[in-house]
Ligand binder design. Structure first.
Ligand code: NAG
Length: 353
């Protein structure tokens, strides 16, 4: 025989189960994208031009340029060199098998500045170059070559991210991968060269993966991306980065990385652009291996990374976009583009429906 209180308790429990649980406990939504979303789309950078056209720049094909009427798509790509940022490649020459990677675009005073990487896998023989255009369209980019950041055994000159808080404010450049991770430096006021200011290490991971399947390197942190917003009267800066193995496949030497050590999107936070950078547990990101996970593998979505954030004025929301691999296709080698809406109102980025 049921007491009313038991029935009530059962009802309340059943009802409570339908109340939206905290964001982190909800199922993580799938990546959003329509149109051309597959076909080795890596390290995306997405921006909306003032006329409402969205641009997507990605690694491969001398920086492929795609466009869409909204961030959701449908994305269309001009194939071949006609759709490249730099048809024929960069004026920087490091080696015959060099590739262009990881574009990052910034709009200032009537010009788009595209910072790109020239490198080869696993090499410190790298450079960051810059190209400019008045429209961002394919075929309109002028290559200015290297920003002349000097080599250093501590870092790799890849994965550039430009950031500043106002048109006359300090132009920061973030970059880095492997070795000691992510660094911050500054550019000259014409935004075309390194300022001469020594790079500062802001994110570093000295922990080794639980199972070392390939090279005995500490975990990689790379692909920096800075975002900032005022939340309840406090201005926060978030340094997003990718951590872990970006690209292992079942046929790689050693196979897939141990679960959890594959690519994932993380963030560190500061109330000052000059740090210190801390994670949710107050661990320092440069000296205590700090970093909080924003998006990791879930369902068929594997190894999300190479991320960025864009504001979408049509929905008045923020998008966290990235590349990932769809586990269901079995090969783990077709990088896809997708995004999720992201909410900053708690002070930390949370992926939401
Ligand atoms: C640091 O590396 C460890 C081991 O691979 C990993 O579990 C952890 O998530 C990494 N943290 C960051 C901030 O990259």
């Amino acid at each position: 025989m049921f007491h009313l209180s038991t029935v009530l308790a059962l009802c309340i429990t059943a009802y409570a189960a339908n109340i939206p649980s905290p964001l982190s406990r909800r199922a993580i939504p799938d990546p959003i994208c329509t149109g051309v979303c597959t076909g080795t789309i890596r390290d995306p950078y997405v921006l909306r031009r003032d006329d409402g056209t969205w641009f997507r720049f990605t690694t491969e094909g001398n920086i492929r340029i795609a466009t869409a009427p909204s961030i959701s798509g449908p994305w269309s790509t001009n194939s071949g060199e006609a759709g490249a940022l730099l048809p024929g490649g960069s004026i920087i020459h490091l080696s015959d098998d060099q590739r262009l990677w990881a574009p990052n675009v910034f709009y200032s005073n009537g010009l788009f500045y595209n910072y790109y990487t020239v490198s080869q896998i696993g090499s410190q023989n790298s450079a960051i170059g810059v190209a400019t255009s008045a429209t961002a369209d394919p075929g309109t980019w002028t290559d200015h070559g290297s920003i002349d950041l000097p080599a250093n055994s501590q870092y790799n000159r890849i994965d550039a991210n430009f950031f500043r808080t106002c048109a006359t404010c300090t132009p920061y450049l973030y970059f880095g991968s492997s070795w000691d991770g992510v660094f911050q430096t500054t550019l000259t006021s014409d935004l075309l060269k390194w300022s001469g200011e020594s790079p500062i290490n802001i994110v570093k991971n000295t922990t080794f993966p639980a199972v070392v399947v390939k090279n005995p390197y500490p975990s990689i942190v790379e692909a920096p991306f800075m975002w900032w917003l005022p939340i309840d009267g406090t201005t926060y800066f978030w340094m997003f980065f990718s951590s872990g193995a970006c690209c292992n496949t079942p046929s790689s030497e050693g196979g897939l990385e141990a679960p959890g050590d594959e690519y994932k999107i993380m963030a560190c936070r500061s109330t000052s652009i000059n740090g210190p950078w801390k994670d949710k547990d107050s661990r320092d990101c440069a000296t205590e291996n700090g970093g909080s996970v924003v998006l990791r593998s879930h369902g068929d979505t594997y190894a999300p990374g190479g991320q960025g954030v864009a504001y979408d004025p049509d929905s008045n929301r923020y998008a966290l976009y990235y590349h990932y691999v769809n586990k269901a296709d079995g090969t783990y080698d077709d990088f896809r583009f997708g995004f999720n809406w992201v909410d900053f109102s708690t002070g930390w980025p949370e992926v939401v429906e």
